[in-house]
Design a protein around this ligand. Sequence first.
Ligand SMILES: Nc1nc2c(ncn2[C@@H]2O[C@H](COP(=O)(O)OP(=O)(O)OP(=O)(O)O)[C@@H](O)[C@H]2O)c(=O)[nH]1
Length: 850
Amino acid sequence: MSQQTTIRKLAALVNTPVEKLLEQLATAGMPFSDPDQVVSSTEKVKLLGFLRRTHGKTDKAEVAGEAPKKITLSRSRKQELTVGGGKSRSTVDVVVRKKVTLVRPDSAEAAQAGGDDERAEILRKLEESRARNAAEQKALEESDRRRAEEAEREKREAEEAALRAAEEAKRAAAEPEVIPVTEDPLRNQPSSHGHGHPPKPPARKARTGAAAEEEDRSRRFAGQMHLSASERARRSSSTRGKPKSRRQSDQARTGTGFTRPTAPVVRDVAIGETITVAELAQKMALKGGELVKQLFKMGVMATINQVIDHDTAALVTEELGHNVVKADEADVENALMAHVEESQGEKAARPPVVTIMGHVDHGKTSLLDYIRRTKVATGEAGGITQHIGAYHVETDKGVISFLDTPGHAAFSSMRARGAKLTDIVVLVVAADDGVKPQTIEAVKHAKAAGVPLIVAVNKMDKSGADPMKVKNELLEQEVVAEEFGGDTQFVELSAKTGQNIDGLLDAISLQAEVLELQAVIDGRATGVVIESSLDKGRGPVATVLVQQGQLRKGDYLVCGVQYGRVRALFDEAGKQVDSAGPSIPVQVLGLSGVPDAGDDFVVVEDERLAKDVAQQRDTKRRDSRLVAQAGNRMEDIMAQMGQAEGQLSLNLVVKADVQGSVQALREALTALSTDAIRINVIGSGVGGITESDAQLASTSKATIIGFNVRADASARKVIETNGVDLRYFSIIYDVIDQVKQVASGILGVEIREEIIGTAEVRDVFRSSKFGAVAGCMVVEGVVKRSKPIRVLRDNTVIFEGELESLRRFKENVDEVRVNTECGIGVKQYNDVQPGDQIECFERVEVQRTL
Ligand SMILES: Nc1nc2c(ncn2[C@@H]2O[C@H](COP(=O)(O)OP(=O)(O)OP(=O)(O)O)[C@@H](O)[C@H]2O)c(=O)[nH]1
């Protein structure tokens, strides 16, 4: 690659005639004869120095007669580079610039070395650099060539692969599916349950045919409990024997697309309060049957469509290795809550809600009736007040609402359902009778609920009234009158004469003021159902107590599991009203069904939400009931079986006029159950006793309890024909008493042994006539000849039998009393010893009671 220059070329380059250049060269000491003679670089440099000198320019190098101190040679070369691969491959023009700089050694060194040596060195280095350049250039060319070859080869391979794929796809379409067994990642992987499969030989011949396929599949899925959705899809598609799609086969071969997980899939399974077995199985991607089996292993017998409770579902889910997540079933409820909160506004004072409690016959009903009769404004002229479960009165000091179901049964049943309705409890105590068991119970209930008490000392008109006694007795219950330094107001009154009833109302208003009761006055109403019934003409009727907001005619509301639009509102005077505010009881018409006492109600904007919430609650309630009824655990079944053996049962059908009474009775009666007898309320409801109630009672041998309701003609017929036990009541305590009696009748009598006397053996005489006769002292009770005896030694019974003889001073007697000596001959037993005890007992029949 030497760049040799002739004199002619140089002359053209420097734009000088050839002759002149020859001349100059000659002058510079380099005589050339032929213009085509080559001029070396050194000669060029020399010429340059000469020319500069002749033009008067200084050149140290030349002056010193030396070569230039630094020479830089540069060159550039253009070449093509291929970048990227496949589709993105492209060519780029690249300019390669080379620059070589040669530096002259130090002038001191240079001074030592001769000028020609130096030039020779430079030339050598120049030559070396040229050689290096050439080598590099060659290497570059070589790598370019290799790259081009590589690209060519890749292109060729890709074309071949495409061709092969097309052929294979064609072949696959013609043949049944063959699972590429060697690709299976699960194959060499132990399963989560420890059933590891030995590694397969790498290249197994692909098998075709259903049997091979089945075997292969079972091998692959054995011990693998959880299949992902795609696995299932794969399984089912292969089961159907469909050929693989081209895409699938391409994916399988190229390894692209989905790869089966190598470990069991752990799922987050959302479980609500209840779930059906089928639904749970689906959530775990498991066959229903598998889950049934798993449940059975855990001791739970359930069918695929059965509802199981949350705990059981959670257990089995965890057992199968999945995570349990609490399902957010309260979606609609949340929407409802948001709805309620949204309607909250400014709060203002509200009237108090009062419940009256006290011992039986102390005058609760009389008090409520007196207040209602004298204080509730009747609607139209001659209108009569109605019992709707609550009423409100207007006093000088404000409005007061009374809950009209006296007694703590209703109070506690409401409280048990989470409904806190009562602000103040008025405890009625008859001044002539004082504190009685139910008075104490009422105090306990009020205290447990954290509700303040006002004591109404009733029957003050009676001659035997002793209010101070009441105050003192209540002190023991920690109910301290104001005059004793406590905070409980005592009001002495008479429900009969109406004496000081206003004083009681004042006391209530005062207490309410202290409590600073508040509620949102405007906005959507919320509250609680106090009573409900099914009216023949008007449909479901519910008395509700509004707790917040205004309940208006036309409002949509959800009420327990019922919903509807308020068709009409009635107050306790039977008068239609347009709205009811906080603490005001009102009768509502227009619900889809009869709600339960204690259910809450919420007014909502539209019917849809009301319906959704009601339906969701209904489903939930039904499911919970199903779970409760199912008794699906083995233990439960066993327990029930055990119970059936030893435990008697009394079945009852309870019908009452209002829902509150039904609930109170059901709870009170069921609570009478003991280990010996179980009280089952197998049917209950609001309304008269119907034929179906009678039929139910007849088939299940139940007693019918009619509380303020009567049996209709067809029911009476069934009752008479089948001899069903029917009893009517109007007082709750009577029901309880009678049920106790009936239960006792079922329990029957029990034989009890009573020891009537014990005698100690002091000496033993043996006579040929009577055998062994024990000389005894009666130490306890009386020993009777006609009664059975036991002989005890060291407090252990060693013989049980009868007396042969009982004598006192050789005389036969029928009985011997305590501290008397006697001779006892035991029938068929001659082994009596001094120190033994002879116990005389009798068997008595005792009526079993609850
Ligand atoms: N003399 C007098 N008798 C009263 C007074 N209050 C109630 N009575 C009578 O006491 C009896 C019982 O009264 P009720 O009001 O039924 O008593 P109760 O506490 O509601 O009774 P139960 O509903 O059975 O729990 C009735 O005969 C009433 O007439 C009163 O202030 N003075």
